[in-house]
Design a protein around this ligand. Structure first.
Ligand SMILES: Cc1cc2nc3c(=O)[nH]c(=O)nc-3n(C[C@H](O)[C@H](O)[C@H](O)COP(=O)(O)OP(=O)(O)OC[C@H]3O[C@@H](n4cnc5c(N)ncnc54)[C@H](O)[C@@H]3O)c2cc1C
Length: 395
């Protein structure tokens, strides 16, 4: 039986960052990743805010493929609302390289990275958790950090609550596009991506490469592939996709509805495993990294006191909730409103938002990581928007 103080299950960006922070503070930590190569297969559109790179101390030149300044939002009737364009709002990153850099950093700080090690079983034994791997090895651990993604085995095995829902995502890598490289193209409506949205993101500074994709709710009437095909033939997209060809596909799930409990004796859950994902955009890297910091701090405390009880680990729930949790729960409320909108309402409200003063507010205050920051300035500028809320819900 191998011994390890902290076992991080899942070598994605969030588990990798927890491992890095723990190793930095001198603790013995091992990361178990089921795949042979970190960062693959790719399951992400790779759009993050600049603060994400600061958090993991990765230089822009190492992973940034393009800079995004704004968005064109396409309504079901093909009206286009332009927001931003004024400043750097987001980076498009090479997500595989991003994951590799985080795990490399953890390794450099002293963490053991065990790729090709899938955790196949986990059980409690007195004050320890015993993990079995696909390499027929066993590890006795004081603390297990479940960072094993949307369908977390650790979450299921130890009967944690489940995310409220799972979105099904699909993506295509495109070459020979002719996009405006400063803007992402976003599409809403029931024919294109019921209950969520579709995107085309330019991935180079010429606008000649892109990632197109979308997510739909699990109960969508058609397979995500069908919606992707509709997106690629969309009337508004045809000018910039005329010469485009598909060079590869990706897929994946997004868990929504952060867990009400993310700790147990000897266990913490973080990242997608805990559904710490922005419900408005499906972005999980920023909130996951915020939670990774709290997870590592509480784990460090537990290690220093050699106590791994629920009572001690509970602090983690409080910390991440106070930090980013409120934003995520508010995001779930926005989502409830969003999923109730009909195509006619999307058209109507997008037309309303087209007013110059409103787009200027969105451009000035819009923050992908904190959509709630928009509420106050929007209502101050256009108090009539408040009257839309009951209408949206009633209609
Ligand atoms: C289509 C799509 C587009 C997205 N676009 C964006 C975006 O633009 N911006 C953004 O911020 N977020 C985006 N996301 C979400 C983002 O990808 C996730 O939130 C992020 O990857 C979460 O990181 P994580 O480390 O928690 O989980 P993951 O990245 O899922 O990592 C978990 C790791 O655990 C491993 N694992 C699972 N089970 C086991 C096991 N039993 N044993 C060992 N290893 C295991 C997996 O192989 C994986 O490497 C997107 C997601 C999808 C599906």
């Amino acid at each position: 039986m191998n011994e390890c103080d902290v076992a991080v299950v899942g070598g994605g960006p969030i588990g990798g960052h927890v491992a890095s922070l723990l190793a930095e503070s001198g603790h013995s930590v091992s990361v178990f990743e089921e795949h042979k190569e970190i960062g693959l297969p790719l399951k992400c559109a790779g759009l993050v805010t600049p603060r994400v790179l600061d958090m993991v101390n990765i230089k822009q030149t190492a992973v940034v493929q393009n800079t995004i300044k704004g968005a064109h939002i396409h309504s079901p009737s093909n009206h286009i609302l332009t927001v931003g364009g004024n400043r750097k709002h987001a980076f498009v990153i090479d997500r595989s390289e991003f994951d590799k850099k985080i795990l490399h950093d953890a390794h450099k700080k002293g963490a053991t990275i065990l790729s090709n090690h899938k955790i196949t079983a986990a059980q409690r034994q007195k004050d320890f958790i015993i993990l079995a791997t696909s390499q027929d090895t066993e590890y006795r651990c004081k603390l297990v950090v479940g960072a094993d993604g949307p369908y977390s085995k650790i979450r299921d095995r130890f009967a944690f609550p489940q995310p409220k829902e799972f979105l099904q995502g699909i993506g295509a890598q495109l070459v020979d596009t002719s996009l405006d490289h400063d803007f992402v193209e976003l599409f809403v409506g029931n024919a294109i991506a019921p209950d969520f949205f579709a995107w085309i993101i330019p991935t180079n500074a010429k606008g000649t490469r892109a990632r197109a994709g979308l997510c739909v709710a699990a109960n969508a009437p058609h397979h995500p592939k069908q919606y992707l095909s509709t997106l690629l033939q969309h009337e508004n997209a045809s000018p910039f996709l005329e010469q485009a060809t598909i060079s590869g596909y990706t897929g994946g799930s997004i868990p929504l509805g952060p867990l009400s409990k993310t700790y147990d004796n000897n266990i913490l859950l973080v990242g997608d495993a805990a559904a710490q994902v922005k419900p408005t955009s499906g972005g999980g890297i920023y909130p996951g990294l915020c939670c990774a910091c709290h997870c590592a701090a509480v784990a460090q405390d537990a290690m220093e006191n050699n106590i791994f009880t629920e009572k001690i680990l509970k602090k983690y729930q409080k910390k991440w909730h106070e930090d980013i949790g409120k934003e995520l729960y508010l995001g779930m409320k926005f989502r409830t409103i969003f999923t109730r909108l009909t195509d006619a309402q999307f058209d109507k409200y997008i037309a309303k938002f087209q007013q110059q003063s409103i787009t200027a507010i969105i451009s000035k205050h819009g923050d992908i990581d904190y959509p709630s920051k928009l509420i106050k300035p929007l209502l101050k500028k256009a108090p009539t928007l408040l009257t839309l809320l009951p209408k949206m819900l009633k209609e």
